[in-house]
Design a protein around this ligand. Structure first.
Ligand SMILES: [Zn+2]
Length: 291
């Protein structure tokens, strides 16, 4: 896997080439693809790919976008930025030149190194690290906050929550993508969450616990989008009791519900001795906190 800083360098290079600064947001990806000298063809391809890149002639590349996978404009932008990754990352481009077609899976669903590198390229292209951080610290990790960030950067709620967890180094939070079939498809933890549930097995492929809000969504009986629960309802091997907040977003495609998990932290009693108070880490970005 290419390290993050290498991918960011490649993103910076492409953005410079098309007249954008590293932290500039991408308003119109179609015109940027043209500016970069690539052609785009959109059609209802029968293949299972979301998009693909191919070499047509020396120096001529074509991006194919599969309209059968057109879940939203935000999804499309990420998918096209992912293809720009294949066309920019030297080892991927070399494969294209050797006439290997790069067929791409939907955002963050593939474990293949080239797909993950292209996903990283896409997120850095559309949601630059410092620009995203600047926005996220004015917000938190609630459903509304993720939807608002999703609108600002014009990327899906999935890509937004993924980016949030990746950059929320200082505090614990998780993104758990739950399939409508009742199993956990994908789970990622911030560094803070990795420390909090240290050594806990991955939740990937486990069934969604019946006492979670995501399970209510799966059963179609939810009447709210946020609840409080014990963190051990998700991380069942956890031996200490930690209260947490769970919000759920119906992604609307790929049969996924996104569970956003953020544990409450325990404040020490203050000088007025009003007792400890539960607060969410994202409500206190600039404080230090203890569990
Ligand atoms: Zn790909």
């Amino acid at each position: 896997m290419l390290p993050d800083h290498e991918i960011r360098k490649l993103v910076r290079g492409l953005k410079e080439e098309i007249g954008l600064g590293e932290d500039d947001l991408v308003a119109d990806i179609d015109s940027l693809i043209k500016l970069a000298g690539y052609n785009l063809e959109e059609s209802h391809f029968r293949d299972s790919f979301s998009a693909a890149s191919i070499s047509r002639a020396p120096g001529k590349f074509l991006i194919l976008y599969n309209k059968n996978h057109h879940w939203s404009e935000k999804f499309r932008r990420f998918t096209l930025a992912h293809e720009l990754g294949h066309l920019t990352i030297p080892s991927h481009r070399a494969l294209l030149v050797a006439n290997v077609i790069q067929s791409s899976s939907p955002e963050y669903t593939s474990l293949e190194a080239t797909e993950r590198e292209a996903d990283k390229f896409a997120i850095n292209f559309l949601a630059p690290r410092s620009a995203f951080k600047k926005e996220m610290i004015t917000l938190g990790y609630s459903r509304e906050d993720i939807m608002s960030l999703s609108d600002t950067f014009q990327i899906s709620a999935y890509a937004t929550a993924h980016r949030f967890v990746e950059l929320a180094v200082d505090f614990p939070c998780s993104l758990i993508a739950c399939h409508k079939n009742g199993n956990i498809e994908y789970e990622i933890r911030s560094i803070g969450m990795k420390n909090l549930v240290r050594g806990h097995r991955s939740l990937n492929s486990l069934p969604v616990n019946s006492s979670t809000l995501a399970n209510e969504f799966i059963r179609g009986v939810n009447d709210t989008v946020t609840i409080q629960l014990s963190l051990s309802e998700w991380y069942q091997d956890l031996e200490v009791e930690i209260r947490a907040k769970e919000s759920v977003i119906d992604l609307g495609y790929n049969q996924l519900y996104l569970a956003l998990i953020e544990p409450f932290s325990m404040d020490l009693p203050n000088e007025d001795d009003q007792g400890p108070q539960d607060r969410l880490p994202s409500e206190r970005w600039k404080d230090s906190y203890k569990y």
